[in-house]
Design a protein around this ligand. Structure first.
Ligand code: ADP
Ligand code: ASP
Ligand code: MG
Length: 463
């Protein structure tokens, strides 16, 4: 069996959905298949926008809901046809309409109370996947495939960390096996969403449909997970920033995890967890260019002799320096800093500490800057007042660039080459971190230098 996941761009409109169905059809003639689909491109963002309009009581809300309704319904009618929509597919059409009605009611509720909790936002976002999978399953049936819509909330059990819920693997695997074994034909499973023990809707984090596909593959003991997207595979850098980026034919699970963790959104970082656990290869393919071989992500890959494998970047981060003479040789400051940040829900992406112990640099997403500053001001008020620590200053408009590769392990001189090349290009580096795995070196730069930094490092090692 194999699991095939198609992302938002691949299912953005009826023409793309038809193309996807033809890819699924060809695959299903050779092997048993389960399908995981994202929402149509842009729909999740628009649902979030609706939630914020509702919260503000903005009158534009009904226009936006109506536009989403029109887009989904028009796709259904075009793919299924007027006649079938009233006969064989009447049930699917009714369920699409009831989803749209529910969505509208929930948003009206948010508008009434002028508040959208993370729990409500997860429910609102879940409609993108619900609607698109309903449309696509009906389309598959009308093109002669046996296909059944499967709501992942019946499969994927999570905790209640709305926005990025943690998966309870054991129970989810059991649910997936039970549910899929009752299906004759192809299960068309909603990506991105799950439910907690009370059955309340949760989401797995933006881009989470890749993760869903990998969970389904691990549960069913599939031979392979295919992630179908809008590029030819995992590239040596984001092709939107680096013109010379090229497709990497094979990459290890660990390298793929590092690349995606540091911003290569071609695959969600958690996708590698269930796949690695069950040794299931992940193949990245291009929906618009299916004959291209793509990238295989696996445990054992062919050795190559390039010093690094790829480069990635995380945009829009902020830096806080915790520094002061009173920090040297004083145990416990780091623990206070990180406890305060964790309690405030701030996710630390990168840390570096100079060996003089005089300062610690902490990097997190810019959105979390106010929470981070408040948490540190409270926790370290005493140290600041007694001048053991200087007042915190935040630096924004920064980017993290990470250079990644298994070949970097135990290989001297890589860092030297990176920073000489950046120096020659006139790019100032604000902070540097290397994990002791030696599989990645990350550095922080001003946003203005992002494209130049990516291209400089790419040309230095990979041209
Ligand atoms: P989907 O909607 O299929 O899930 P995404 O937009 O999430 O697709 O991911 C695909 C995008 O990831 C590409 O269009 C590309 O711009 C971006 N990307 C960033 N880094 C890389 C990389 N190293 N290799 C390939 N694509 C990358
Ligand atoms: N639709 C969700 C998102 O836009 C999940 C996904 O596409 O993987 O983040
Ligand atoms: Mg994606």
């Amino acid at each position: 069996m194999k699991v095939m996941k198609f992302g938002g761009t691949s299912v953005q409109d009826p023409e793309h959905i038809r193309n996807v169905v033809s890819i699924i059809k060809a695959a299903s003639e050779k092997t048993e298949v389960a399908v995981v689909l994202s929402a149509m491109k842009g729909i999740t963002d628009r649902l979030i926008h609706c939630a914020s309009l509702a919260e503000k009581g903005d009158e534009g809300l009904s226009v936006e809901i109506a536009a989403i309704y029109e887009q989904e319904k028009a796709a259904f009618m075009e793919l299924v046809g007027e006649e079938k929509a009233q006969s064989e597919e009447a049930e699917a059409l009714a369920s699409l309409e009831s989803m749209l009605k529910d969505l509208k009611e929930i948003l009206q509720g948010v508008k009434m109370v002028r508040e959208c909790s993370p729990r409500s936002l997860d429910l609102i976002m879940s409609f993108g996947e619900q609607m698109n999978n309903t449309v696509a399953a009906a389309c598959m049936r009308s093109l002669g495939l046996k296909a059944e819509y499967v709501d992942a909330r019946e499969l994927i059990l999570t905790d209640s960390s709305y926005g990025e819920a943690k998966v309870c693997y054991k129970q989810s695997y059991q649910n997936i096996r039970n549910r899929l074994s009752s299906i004759h034909g192809i299960g068309v499973i909603t990506g991105f969403i799950g439910a907690n023990e009370e059955g309340v809707t949760t989401t797995l984090g933006r881009n989470g449909s890749d993760f869903t596909a990998s969970i389904v593959a691990a549960a069913t003991g599939s031979d392979m997970v295919e992630i179908w997207t809008d590029v030819d595979g995992v590239l040596s850098a984001d092709p939107k920033c680096v013109k010379n980026a090229y497709v990497i034919p094979e990459i290890s699970y660990l390298e793929a995890s590092e690349l995606s963790y540091f911003g290569a959104e071609v695959i969600h970082p958690y996708t590698m967890i269930p796949a690695l656990d069950r040794d299931i290869p992940i193949v990245i393919k291009n929906t618009m260019n299916p004959s291209a071989p793509g990238t295989v992500i696996a445990r054992h890959i062919k050795k190559h002799n390039r010093p690094i494998t790829g480069i990635a970047s995380i945009k829009n981060v902020a830096l806080i320096n915790v520094e002061g003479n009173g920090m040297t040789g004083t145990p416990g400051i780091a623990s206070k800093v990180f406890r305060a940040l964790a309690e405030a829900g701030v996710n630390v992406i990168m840390i570096s500490q100079a060996s003089s112990e005089h300062s610690i640099s902490i990097v997190f997403r810019a959105l979390q800057a106010p929470a981070a500053l408040e948490a540190l001001n409270q926790e370290l008020q005493n140290e600041v007042e007694t001048k053991r620590i200087e007042k915190f200053n935040i630096r924004e408009n920064l980017e993290i660039v990470s250079v990644i590769g298994d070949n970097m392990v135990g290989s001297p001189g890589i860092a030297g080459r990176i920073f000489s090349a950046l120096g020659e290009a006139g790019i100032n580096v604000l902070s540097i971190a290397q994990g002791s795995s030696e599989r990645s070196i990350s550095f922080l730069i001003d946003r203005r230098f992002l494209d130049k930094a990516l291209n400089t490092v790419h040309d230095e090692f990979l041209l």
